[in-house]
Design a protein around this ligand. Structure first.
Ligand SMILES: *[C@@H]1O[C@H](CO)[C@@H](O)[C@H](O)[C@H]1NC(C)=O
Length: 194
């Protein structure tokens, strides 16, 4: 995940100076439709390498609430939403960190001081209850959804390349297994071996 985050950051930096270069991951808007509320999952350490949750949202951290962070993670199809350091919002499909004592999550949120937004290198994590628990998901649970275009002005159809897989021996099953292990609800193959 660290290398993916770095790659996304590098691509974003290039995009600033070279017009026309596309970033792989484009943050979609928050979900505006009503949806089943996320459930609090616990207080976790975030060592930052890799981050506990993979996507750092570009939402304004000076005016953050649990509702805002959860909505952007829902809008981007993530399993988890997390709030850290008064109002930095993260989204992810796995939590890469140790659960720690509840009292260590004690910073008020910038947009609603009655809510808790983690701590320093500590993140308050919420979970979308509409996802099956990761342990119960198998490759057989993925349905074929058809053939889609990729890499438009809206970014990649699926944002996280699984570059740890060897393209020359790729199979559908290997792709599904990697995406299942990463907690991703969608998987896709293209270009003969990506
Ligand atoms: C602030 O958060 C508390 C606790 O979640 C909630 O009850 C309250 O409605 C929120 N206030 C606003 C203005 O949204």
């Amino acid at each position: 995940m660290a290398s993916l985050t770095l790659r996304a950051a590098a691509l974003a930096a290039i995009a600033l100076v070279r017009v026309g270069v596309r970033a792989t991951t484009i943050e979609l808007p928050p979900c505006l439709d009503p949806f089943q509320p996320f459930i609090y999952s616990g207080c976790y350490a975030d060592t930052g390498n890799p981050h506990a949750l993979s996507l750092r949202s570009q939402l304004d951290q000076q005016d953050m609430t649990i509702e805002k962070c959860v909505s952007v993670c829902k809008g981007n199809g993530f399993r988890y939403a997390g709030l850290e350091y008064y109002g930095v919002c993260y989204c992810g499909n796995t939590v890469n960190g140790q659960q720690i004592d509840e009292e260590q999550c004690n910073y008020p949120c910038t947009g609603n001081s009655s809510q808790v937004c983690g701590g320093t290198d500590i993140i308050s994590v919420y979970q979308d209850p509409t996802f099956l628990p990761v342990d119960e998901v198998t490759v057989a649970d993925y349905d074929h959804l058809g053939c889609w275009t990729d890499d438009s002005e809206y970014g990649r159809a699926l944002a996280y390349p699984q570059d740890q897989l060897d393209g020359s021996t790729l199979t559908t099953e290997k792709c599904l297994q990697a995406c299942r292990d990463g907690g991703y609800p969608f998987a896709g193959t293209e270009f003969g071996g990506k």
